[in-house]
Write a protein that binds this ligand. Structure first.
Ligand code: DC
Length: 223
């Protein structure tokens, strides 16, 4: 079974996907962490950012692993490092690179072949798993999303104001929606869930109900 959760930054995808995977006894895949890890690998290797093939080579050679909530890059715990705001411009370079995307999509599909999976990102229901069993598109108002992100950044000890977070978020939304490959868009068959005013528990409850609901049989008279 493949369950996809797509949506803009700050809609709560990661926590929801993690919670849902736990309830279903499924694997959890954070595809944003993969793009972040490629960017970090590029910075650490000191690649020439004007020579994009170097980044794609790194994407192909890196060892990426999710161990519960921890993200491991070449065996090293980079859970916090991949969330640093200084990495943001490089994450964008990774996400905009078609060769990097091709490689990460290949890895995402290989991951899903290992068992039931709840995967979250921008293009999971549209491009990576168009045949997924259930697709969700999580949204929330820009203000609510920025508030969540701001709280998260404070937890990591980052400075900055809520207004700055909101501004950066608008910029990221434009980038995510404007990307020629794998851009953020809701799959036609995705269920849209507005998470404003809902607790994490309530959102996971709602998604779990949908996933467990029997799907209507396919109409056999169609042909
Ligand atoms: O969800 P996130 O903030 O961790 O994602 C990090 C970046 O990767 C963000 O710029 C969007 C991009 N991304 C993507 O292009 N495709 C995905 N499937 C997941 C994330």
């Amino acid at each position: 079974m493949i369950v996809t959760i797509d949506g803009p930054a700050g809609a709560g995808k990661t926590s929801v996907a993690k919670g849902l995977a736990q309830r279903l006894g499924a694997l959890f895949l954070d595809t944003g962490a993969m793009y972040r890890a490629v960017a970090l690998a590029g910075c650490r290797a000191g690649i020439d950012w004007q020579a994009p093939s170097q980044l794609a080579d790194l994407a192909r050679s890196m060892e990426f692993r999710l161990d519960g909530s921890r993200v491991l890059l070449d065996g090293q715990d980079v859970t916090d490092a991949i969330r640093s705001s200084e990495l943001q411009p490089y994450i964008r370079r990774a996400a905009d690179d078609p060769e990097v995307r091709r490689e990460l999509i290949r890895r995402q599909r290989a991951f899903a072949a290992r068992g039931d999976v709840v995967t979250e990102g921008r293009d999971q229901g549209t491009l990576v798993f168009p045949e997924a069993d259930r697709k969700f598109f999580l949204t929330a108002s820009p203000q609510e999303r920025a508030r969540r992100r701001f709280k998260e950044l404070q937890k990591w000890g980052e400075t900055g104001t809520l207004e700055q977070v909101l501004e950066q978020q608008q910029q990221r939304d434009r980038q995510d929606q404007g990307r020629p490959w794998g851009r953020l868009t809701r799959a036609a068959d995705a269920i849209e869930v507005d998470t404003d005013g809902l607790s994490l528990e309530q959102v996971v409850d709602r998604l779990e109900q949908w996933v467990r609901k029997p799907r209507p049989p396919v109409d056999s008279n169609e042909n």
